[in-house]
Design a protein around this ligand. Structure first.
Ligand SMILES: Cc1cc2nc3c(=O)[nH]c(=O)nc-3n(C[C@H](O)[C@H](O)[C@H](O)COP(=O)(O)O)c2cc1C
Length: 198
């Protein structure tokens, strides 16, 4: 089935370059369209995205390096630094946010579901993230998902002027795949699924 093949094409690719044949316009339009077509609870459209390309993308990973340095044990920092500098070699990063003002309004408007809205907002963010990740994979653009929030939140807001109510949830680094994904293990279906009535 084509859809299953498409899902399998999405993997975590860590070795990424910036050699992408898709034009930046096409890339930006695709990411926007995929986020727009991703479902949200009550069609609340809580997801926000900032697309960083080229030097702006590099800036993100150099800021992350700067912020992580004082928080990382000295002996572990070279590894962290190498990883972050590796991300900087890619073409871009999509920053995924969720608009907390929308979440709060929903909680007030629909008190019965108040506890669920932050959860649904995070789920919606995950859906948007994986949809973008999978869509990029179809165009042979590799990606990996990172979570340097909340360490980088304040600086990101300063640098790119995102509103205070936009809460950073994930960073999707993307670029040309320079090495294949590693092997992936799967747990036993018997421990994972139950089917009744068949
Ligand atoms: C919710 C979620 C959070 C993740 N967070 C990270 C992360 O912070 N850093 C990272 O390198 N990979 C992260 N990953 C990637 C997973 O490790 C990866 O998807 C998993 O090992 C399966 O490999 P695959 O993506 O190649 O299928 C995350 C994946 C998901 C779904």
């Amino acid at each position: 089935m084509q859809f299953l093949d498409e899902l399998k094409t999405r993997r975590s690719i860590y070795s990424l370059g910036n050699d992408i044949s898709l034009s930046e316009e096409e890339l930006i339009t695709l990411i926007k369209d995929v986020v727009k077509e991703s479902p949200t609870s009550f069609n609340s459209q809580t997801s926000r995205a900032v697309i960083l390309l080229n030097d702006e993308h590099k800036k993100l990973w150099s800021i992350t390096e700067e912020l992580l340095k004082p928080l990382t044990p000295e002996e572990a920092f070279p590894n962290t630094q190498a990883k972050l500098q590796g991300f900087a070699q890619a073409k871009g990063t999509v920053l995924f946010f969720e608009d907390q003002d929308v979440v709060k309004n929903l909680q007030e408007q629909f008190a019965l579901y108040a506890e669920n809205f932050p959860i649904w907002s995070d789920q919606a963010s995950g859906i948007a993230q994986v949809n973008v990740w999978t869509a990029l994979a179809q165009l042979n653009i590799g990606a990996n998902l990172q979570h340097y929030n909340p360490v980088i939140d304040e600086r990101v807001a300063q640098e790119w002027g995102t509103p205070e109510n936009w809460k950073l949830r994930a960073q999707l680094v993307f670029g040309s795949p320079e090495a294949p994904a590693g092997d992936k293990e799967y747990m036993n279906d018997e421990d994972r699924f139950k089917v009744f009535g068949n």
